[in-house]
Design a protein around this ligand. Structure first.
Ligand code: FAD
Length: 248
């Protein structure tokens, strides 16, 4: 089994989010990056297939040089090799097209991705990737077993779960449940040392075509300050809830 895990390089959830250039560009100053959390679930499941079923695991990112530490972290977790498609991605369509080229050239039969990136939240790359490849696609997966050329997939649906069977090749978009949080792998010193020597291949993009461009970004209104009310002053509490918060 040849597995490709798509790794999105996203700001740490504690990062302060700001925009520049009249709210048209994300301000990367001081931002720490991590592997997209949903991709960590996918990568950990891929590592399970490597350990138990002898799969090979390649990680891929479409991004500029700044994403290489994130790919090295995935290598430290245990992926065999990494590919970076050298471009500044600005829309999911272009990313999916570039990933499709990587899949075709590497002959992968299982592609694991996250259900969405936690920065731009497009939720579109895995579906468009599958469409580009004419592969079957299952979204929001919380369980995956592979037996020879067949997959059994568990998917979250409203109020329950659905179990599906599919043949490989397949694109899976995963989330928590694909593995449990306690099973996520933290790179150890040996993994970090080994990751330095593992191959990270940089390839040039095949297209610069984009389907959409972001016109502007807007942050939510800042939350108003918290008001403390004396526990015995019920009248004041009712007054604030009625006249200020307007919730009663
Ligand atoms: C205006 C703008 C500027 C941007 N600038 C940058 C930038 O400078 N650097 C940068 O790295 N990104 C940048 N991005 C993000 C990049 O374009 C996204 O990777 C792409 O838009 C897909 O985002 P999405 O939210 O649709 O992904 P989703 O469809 O929500 O992602 C789902 C899954 O697809 C996979 N995936 C998504 N993106 C990638 C990727 N790039 N490589 C590999 N797998 C992926 C992951 O498994 C992810 O969990 C920018 C996006 C916009 C809109």
């Amino acid at each position: 089994m040849k597995i490709l895990v798509c790794i999105s390089h996203v700001p740490d959830t504690t990062s302060k989010i700001n925009f520049t250039d009249n709210n048209t560009k994300f301000d990367t100053n001081g931002v720490q990056y991590v592997i997209n959390p949903y991709d960590e679930f996918a990568l950990t499941r891929a590592m399970w297939f490597k350990e138990k079923q002898g799969a090979s695991v390649t990680v891929v990112n479409v991004g500029n040089t700044s994403t290489e530490p994130t790919l090295r972290k995935a290598l430290a977790i245990g992926a065999d090799n990494a590919i970076r498609v050298n471009m500044e991605p600005t829309d999911g369509y272009t990313v999916a097209k570039e990933l499709a080229e990587v899949v075709k050239n590497g002959d992968y039969n299982l592609v694991l991705a996250g259900k969405e990136s936690i920065d731009y939240n497009g939720g579109m790359v895995p579906g468009m990737l599958a469409a580009n490849l004419d592969f079957n696609f299952v979204n929001a997966c919380i369980g995956l077993e592979i037996n020879e050329e067949s997959a059994t997939i568990i998917r979250e649906i409203d109020g329950g779960k659905e179990t599906l069977n599919s043949k490989l090749p397949l694109v899976i978009a995963g989330q928590k449940g694909l593995v449990e949080e306690k099973d996520l792998k933290i790179p150890n010193m040996r993994g970090i040392m080994m990751a330095r020597k593992k191959p990270l291949t940089v390839i040039e993009p095949t297209t610069s075509e984009t389907a959409s461009t972001s016109a502007s970004f807007e942050k939510p209104e800042p939350k108003s300050a918290c008001k403390m009310v004396d526990a015995n002053n019920v009248d004041e509490l009712v007054n604030l809830l009625h006249n200020e918060a307007k919730v009663i």
